[in-house]
Structures are given as C-alpha cells and as structure tokens.
Design a protein. Sequence first.
Length: 211
Amino acid sequence: MTAAMPLVLATALMLGTLHAFDPDHLAAVTAFISRRPSALSAAGFAVRWGLGHSATLVAAGLASAFFHLALTPPMQTLAELLVGLMLVAVGSWALAGLRRKRPSHHDEGHHHSIFWIGALHGLAGSAGLLVIIPVALMSSAGAVLAYVLAFSAGVTAAMSIYAMAVGGLFGRVAGGAGARWYPWLAGAAGSVTLLLGLGWISLTLVTRSAS
C-alpha cells in the first residue's frame, strides 16, 4: 500500500456515501420500504441492496483493471434502460400493495429481489465514473479491491441510515393515529418511483438517439 492509499480510500468512502443518494437508488429502496414500513425491515433492504451493488462493482472493477473489459455504449444504454424498467416495475408493485387496508410486515419473496436491484444499479448511473475509471488506473489487485470495498461501504452505510430513518417514519405513520393517511404516503412513494422510471427510459432513449 502506497503512502497515498489512505487518502484514496477515504475519497472512495466519501464518493460511495454521495453515490447512495442517486435518485434511482432512493426511489427503489423507498418503494420497498413502503410495503414493509419499519426501521428493521428497511435496514435489511438497504444492506441487501448494498451487497448487490457491491457484487457488481467488484466484478466490474476487476474486469476493468486486469482484463481491460468495459461496458460499451450499447451495453451502457441497455443497463440504463433496464434500470428504468426496473423502477417502473417496482413502482407498480408498490402501488399494487395499496389494495391492502394496511401494509404487510410479512411480505415474502422480495429479499432476493432487492439484491438484484442493487446489482443492476451497480452497472448504471454514476457508478462507472466513480469506480471503474479510477480502478482502471490501479495495477494491484489489493488496491482495486480496497477501493471498491471502501466505496461500497460508503454506499451501504449511507443507504442504511437513510432507509432506517424513512422506515421508522413510515412505520410510525402506518401504526399510529395517522394510519388512514398511510396509503397516500405509500402511494406517493410508488408513484414517484414509477414516474422516475418512465422519465429514466425517455431520457436514455433521447440521449442514445442524439449520440
């Protein structure tokens, strides 16, 4: 490890923390939280999302640094389109849950889904700029892994803090005197996610056609 490595890792941690607050990340995780509104469930979603995000970044970082493999423009466009479609699907799923009178705290079958959503997010958005480009300049496997893991730790920690705060708020509303207003809150989360997905797809197609 070079003398500059601690500074590099600190930078990776900070960039990861900021990266967690990309709008597509927040929208997807918030939509999941709306179906199971509690701080504990929200933290679980955030950690699983972070693990998926990390897995993709580790694989992409190593492939870029040692095999000189990178996403081509068509592949990047496909990844962005998939993110948009995913947001539409997650937003629609969250809205479908409004048919219940109360949110479920035992919604099964979605823990693995949030992992794969995180993995998809690792391929799109600003992750390539913040991770793939820096690690391509590194020659040591240890340095690459350290950078990616520090970045991923920042992403996961920041998302966990956000998720627990939102999950706690949603849980208090859903279980308190304002429970009758919860469908409006959950509906807003689902609608924003759905609309963001449609906008994401449109912007990707416009950008692709202009290039």
